[in-house]
Design a protein around this ligand. Sequence first.
Ligand SMILES: [Zn+2]
Length: 121
Amino acid sequence: MVTISADDPRSIQAVELAAGASGWIKIRGKDGRPLAFGVPSRSTPGKFWLANTDRCQCPDFQFHPGPCAHVLAVRLRCELAKAEGAHRKRRSATTKSSDVSMKPERRSQNRTRLVSGDTRP
Ligand SMILES: [Zn+2]
């Protein structure tokens, strides 16, 4: 769960950073799941901080207690990605159920016959 407070400047920064999440550098693990993100530094243009949902490289995280704006932004982005993924899954499930009613077994049989006919000399 991500808590955003309008009184907390880090939260506001995090929302702004998360809005530009498409421009982040993604670091993926062997299974393809994102391990960390290169979140752009707000004070130094062109600089990226390596951050995930727990840690960040930036001085704010090193010297101040609690998650910095980058960590909060990564958490926000992960929550958004989860919500989008759930939405997409639901939609593809509906498409699948309509495919089943079209009797895919018959269709694949026809295709096999067609292909074998084409390859015959
Ligand atoms: Zn940070």
